[in-house]
Design a protein around this ligand. Structure first.
Ligand SMILES: O=CN(O)CCNC(=O)c1cccc(Cl)c1Cl
Ligand code: NI
Length: 186
């Protein structure tokens, strides 16, 4: 299982590298990596398991964060009501944002990252809505439209595949600058 010690932190060059596209059919190693990353998210979202294994909670995890420079990320955005199905759950492989809203969006609470051991506050300005094309573990091509929280999470993960970290999108001069069409997502 993936633990915090497996997560690379700022300073490790893999975090700032352009990850390589994944080849299909997935190798055994890539299949195991995909399963392990999704398992990390599930474990980290279970308060008991998170405590037991000392895991920081996450709604996404990208392969470069475990020092594998490949275009693959697990995303698990739970629903408000824990009994319902997740808002979005999949392993996104070779993802491409093929269109997006002009309108920006940002989480009111800002963002955090397992690879960044410090709190950096401010609005992380992203697209409020995206159309995402990716391949799932079975090699099926998917094209989905996401908005608000799941759209923000997928952008955070896709950034990791291109060596971008969340604070790269925070306005240094005024971290909470917001033009009037910014959608603030709580
Ligand atoms: O790349 C993934 N991580 O670093 C896992 C930890 N961060 C989060 O789960 C997280 C927290 C807040 C906002 C966003 Cl958008 C995300 Cl993604
Ligand atoms: Ni991250």
């Amino acid at each position: 299982m993936i633990k915090m010690r497996d997560i690379i932190r700022e300073g490790n060059h893999t975090l700032r590298a352009e990850a390589k596209p994944v080849k299909f059919p997935l190798s055994e190693a890539d299949q195991k990596l995909a399963r392990d990353m999704m398992e990390y998210l599930e474990n980290s979202q279970d308060p008991e398991l998170a405590k037991k294994y000392g895991l920081r909670a996450g709604v996404g995890l990208a392969a470069p964060q475990v020092d594998v420079s490949e275009q693959m990320a697990a995303v698990l955005v739970p629903s408000e009501n824990e009994d319902d199905e997740p808002v979005f759950k999949d392993v996104i492989i070779n993802p491409v944002i093929i269109s997006h809203s002009v309108q920006p969006g940002a989480l009111t609470e800002g963002e955090g990252c397992l690879s960044v051991d410090r709190d950096i506050s401010g609005y992380v300005i992203r697209h409020d809505r995206i159309t995402l094309r990716y391949y799932n573990m079975a090699g099926e091509q998917k094209k989905i439209r996401l908005k608000n929280y799941p759209a923000i999470v997928c952008q955070h993960e896709i950034d990791h595949l291109h060596g971008i970290l969340f604070y790269d999108h925070i306005n240094e001069a005024n971290p909470f600058a917001a033009d009037d069409d910014l959608v603030l997502i709580s």
